[in-house]
Design a protein around this ligand. Structure first.
Ligand SMILES: Nc1ncnc2c1ncn2[C@@H]1O[C@H](COP(=O)(O)OP(=O)(O)OP(=O)(O)O)[C@@H](O)[C@H]1O
Length: 653
């Protein structure tokens, strides 16, 4: 190419770009947001960017028109309507769907976008009547008994007439729309009964519908083509968040949606450090909602709330919890009668408060407390498990080395037992032997469950095991981790409100309320603190509501206050009759005194002590071993078993 040719091309290109920018700048200058044809719409990135900006800006700060209505109906769960709305419609990071739509509609996209009056009409219908699947919008200017243009059909929209100016922010008058009726663009939704397009909020996935030839339905939205209109095709989405009829409207689990028109499997899309990549979440995710450290990325409050109404139009009542309210028990709906999140949370917190009160009574053991406990059938009782072991001996099959020798004792329901001993004494091996997980070994002796010689594995559904290494998912929030475990471990038949209760009880009991929405964190990305992480790790097993909970060093690496917090939570479980047994290293004296029983193992898997933790000093004193002043008794006994300290006999003092 000659220099002249190159300069000419460059000049042409610049002129073209310049003209395009002027056209779009002109449209932008028609503030606040008038719908204009943009004839010059083209593939030029600069034009596309400006055009897209025009569209999403016209949607942001739109709330002045709906604020009152939203606050009236949903003030209980949305604190800042503007912030929520703007978060749901901030497409600044992904405007491809706008460019695609502009191309597809030959520049008249803005003529097809709903005005404030139409959006208000749609929401008010939704708020008032709820989303009954059939035509739930009232008759209006464009879709009524005498006029029903194609754009009134689900997933379709029409434009306003050429030359007609439409102010997108006009919240009073609906424009007349009857021209160029066509399928709604992907990334937008076009409700049944109005003739315009509304962008799908972030977190949603709104692809174009496809006709399922077998069922005759437009999937994934489940609407039908109008009869007697052979040219009508499946269009875009017709709903915002009707997950009852289509769970596909939201980014599905295991996928992330960088925009409302993309869905990418997490395994392929995960790219540590990239803003666009988000972890697999129970509800799917949208990268554009990412906002700050530890913030959950999912449906915005507004979206969640609409989802909620559509799930249950009648039962929308709010989170007006009255903790401690005596009538809560009487009035609270139970089990399957509960539909909305608010009802479920209300029920869960009512129960939690009652349980706390019961525990207080239990602690004081007043006569009336015992009677009321006996009469209260609503507090779910877990089955109890007592595990007795007799002459438990474990020998390595290959080396004929004894890992445990004749360990005898029992773990009782409602008690917290500590397993202690020097490193390598066989503490972890003992836990494995108890739970039937020891491999490569020959085991002799007996393990009796509730006095019966039954394989302990048959009780696995009510036995929780927290291993030494964390099993939390670092890319999920605390709450998501617990829900993941709850979904996997709790019975599918357990009604959702009961599951909510279980998860909320665990969050409450482990003191994780403040970090429930924070990401747990990974090596690359810092999340919650080490102590909180350990508590989540324990919570994963607590959500299965075990009767026997076995934990391998849950307090290792924790400072004494974090350890205390954890042990308090475990003690609360024990109050419910759970049998808890944990390996613990170097507990502070305060922590040590929180254990009911102690199993002290010496090297070679020998039992040095088994009995009440409070009587261990007395026991050793009886053997002539007394704890020196200012020395922590558990540390001293371990040092003696290690051979580090020489026992001081009582006579020497
Ligand atoms: N499957 C196995 N094969 C070989 N040796 C084993 C096996 N399991 C345990 N051991 C050995 O048994 C002994 C006890 O191990 P265990 O992990 O139970 O000790 P521990 O008391 O839990 O120690 P720590 O406090 O350091 O975690 C160790 O010497 C260990 O090497």
């Amino acid at each position: 190419m000659s220099r002249e040719e190159f300069n000419k091309l460059r000049h042409d290109h610049c002129c073209f770009l310049y003209v395009s920018i002027i056209i779009v700048a002109f449209a932008l200058s028609l503030s606040p947001a008038y719908c204009q044809d943009i004839e010059g719409y083209d593939d030029n990135p600069a034009t596309q960017e400006l055009f897209s900006e025009l569209v999403y800006k016209s949607f942001s700060n739109f709330t002045s028109v709906f604020k009152q209505d939203i606050a009236k109906y949903f003030g209980f769960c949305i604190t800042d309507v503007d912030e929520d709305w703007n978060m749901a419609f901030n497409f600044s990071k992904g405007t491809q769907f706008i460019s695609n739509c502009a191309k597809k509609t030959n520049g008249d996209m803005l003529r097809r976008i709903c005005t404030a009056a139409e959006i208000k009409f749609y929401f008010n219908n939704l708020f008032e009547k709820g989303a009954k699947k059939s035509n739930y919008l009232k008759p209006n200017k464009n879709c009524n008994l005498s006029s029903w243009v194609s754009g009134c059909e689900p997933g379709w929209a029409c434009g306003v007439g050429k030359g007609e100016k439409v102010d997108l922010r006009n919240s009073k008058d609906m424009p007349f729309r009857s021209t160029n009726c066509a399928a709604c663009c992907e990334g937008f939704f076009c409700p049944h009964g109005i003739t315009c397009m509304i962008p799908c909020p972030l977190g949603a996935h709104c692809p174009l519908a496809k006709l399922n030839k077998t069922t005759g339905i437009c999937d994934p939205y489940h609407y039908q083509l109008p009869p007697g209109k052979p040219n009508h095709t499946c269009g875009g989405a017709d709903i915002w968040a009707d997950i009852l009829s289509s769970s596909e409207i939201f980014c599905s689990a295991g996928l992330y949606c960088p925009s409302t028109i993309q869905e990418i499997p997490c395994s392929r899309g995960l790219n540590p450090g990239s803003d666009a990549a988000l972890p697999p979440m129970p509800g799917g995710s949208s990268s554009q909602q990412s906002s700050g450290k530890g913030k959950k990325n999912g449906k915005s409050n507004l979206t969640q709330m609409l989802d909620d109404i559509e799930n249950n139009p009648e039962g929308h009542e709010g989170f007006n919890l009255e903790i401690g309210d005596k009538n809560i028990k009487k009035n609270a709906p139970r089990g399957k009668q509960l539909h909305t999140q608010s009802q479920m949370f209300r029920y869960a917190y009512g129960q939690i408060e009652r349980e706390k009160a019961m525990q207080e009574q239990n602690k004081n053991l007043t006569f009336s407390g015992v009677i009321s406990m006996a009469n209260d059938t609503e507090i779910r009782k877990r089955p109890t498990i007592e595990v007795a072991f007799k002459d438990l001996t474990l020998t390595l099959t290959t080396k004929h080395k004894h890992l445990l020798r004749c360990v005898t004792g029992k773990l009782s329901p409602g008690r917290v037992s500590a397993v202690m001993g020097p490193s390598g004494a066989g503490k972890t091996t003992f836990l494995s032997a108890l739970t039937g997980k020891a491999t490569g070994c020959t085991m002799t002796g007996m393990v009796l469950v509730n006095g019966k010689m039954e394989p302990i594995q048959s009780y696995r559904k009510i036995i929780g095991f927290v291993p030494q290494d964390d099993i939390v998912h670092g890319n999920l929030t605390v709450e998501e981790n617990l829900w993941f475990s709850a979904r996997c471990r709790l019975s599918a038949e357990l009604p959702k409100p009961e599951k909510v209760l279980v998860v909320e009880r665990v969050i409450e009991s482990l003191g994780l309320q403040a970090v429930r929405d924070s990401m747990v964190g990974t090596v690359e990305k810092r999340g919650i603190s080490g102590g909180q992480r350990k508590r989540v790790n324990v919570g994963l097993e607590m959500v299965m509501e075990p009767s026997l909970l076995i934990l391998d060093e849950p307090t290792s690496g924790l400072d004494s206050s974090s350890s205390l917090l954890l042990l308090r939570a475990l003690r609360r479980e024990a109050l419910e009759g759970v049998n808890i047994c944990m390996v613990v290293h170097q507990p502070s004296y305060t922590l040590f005194r929180m254990f009911d029983d102690l199993i002290l193992l010496a090297k070679g898997g020998l039992t040095a002590y088994h009995g009440s933790a409070k009587k261990v000093e007395e026991y050793f004193a009886g053997l002539g071993i007394t704890v020196p002043e200012r020395v922590n008794p558990p540390d001293y006994f371990i040092d003696i078993l290690e051979g580090i300290a020489k026992p001081k006999s009582a006579g020497e003092l």
